[in-house]
Design a protein around this ligand. Sequence first.
Ligand SMILES: NC(=O)c1ccc[n+]([C@@H]2O[C@H](COP(=O)([O-])OP(=O)(O)OC[C@H]3O[C@@H](n4cnc5c(N)ncnc54)[C@H](OP(=O)(O)O)[C@@H]3O)[C@@H](O)[C@H]2O)c1
Length: 288
Amino acid sequence: MSSTRLLPGGPVAESVLNDVAARAAVLTEKGVTPSLATILVGDDDASAGYIRIKQRQAAELGFDSPHTHLPADATQADLHAAIAAYNDDPTVHGLLVQYPVPGHLDYDAALQAMDPDKDVDGMHPLNMGRLALGMPGPLPCTPAGIEALLAYYDIPVSGREVVILGRGATLGRPLAMLLSQKRPTANAAVTVVHTGVPDWARYTRRADILIAAAGVPGIIQPEHVKPGAVVVGGGVRYEGRRLLPDVDESVESVAGAITPRVGGVGPTTVAMLFRNAITAAERAVAAA
Ligand SMILES: NC(=O)c1ccc[n+]([C@@H]2O[C@H](COP(=O)([O-])OP(=O)(O)OC[C@H]3O[C@@H](n4cnc5c(N)ncnc54)[C@H](OP(=O)(O)O)[C@@H]3O)[C@@H](O)[C@H]2O)c1
């Protein structure tokens, strides 16, 4: 039997969401219901499913969750009008546009049309800039969830060698910024590798903590991992409903600790969305 420690995201998410629910109750007592608005364009089943999960979670946490569903042929102007309506509504504290949007629409332009203080995905360029500068603001959810997961399981990060495979805007790049910040749960020596580094295994093999963020199924094999290392699987690809992780299941035999193939980083990502939303609501109340 393997002695590898599993690092499921569920308990991490639960502890974050308990905190969010307590903070939501404090605001509600003050007469303010925290509110996370969502916008969906088109009729993609998976996207509609993700919105339903977020709405159900919002209800459990005591949030309002207003929603706008635009038709698949909505124009960029329609999308921006929906965003502007939520930007201008002081009862709405957080906002997300479900990704992806239909091909004729520009998601980045929509992101930039959002009030950065309501951007619960933490992906607005201003929030990326805040992250780079160490200023407070909503953090990108998947990277923030990975930092929370490592902290929850008391995995030391400070001073250790973290290698991230992938430099994408959603995961690898912001995670590198986050884990190199001067903070007890970060403070790591971070290396980022990608297709420009053909011998990337030279780096991943020396990692104390290896984070897969490529979106290439099975790209991480046992020979890419230092025995006993902590392995976090962030990258996944969907084929239909089938989820194909970056980290091959055989890696479990060499890792000291590893996120499960299902129920690893995903639940922490959703929890961070609500942590961003409650923080936005508290800031709005404090500023009023
Ligand atoms: N679990 C979750 O909740 C969650 C949430 C968000 C994202 N994700 C997943 O995280 C992954 C990364 O997301 P992203 O938006 O940051 O992705 P992205 O923009 O597609 O970036 C992928 C990165 O991986 C690198 N890469 C791809 N193939 C490679 C190879 N063969 N060798 C070396 N490097 C390779 C790319 O290198 P180049 O830059 O050189 O092209 C790129 O830097 C995706 O799989 C996404 O589905 C998961």
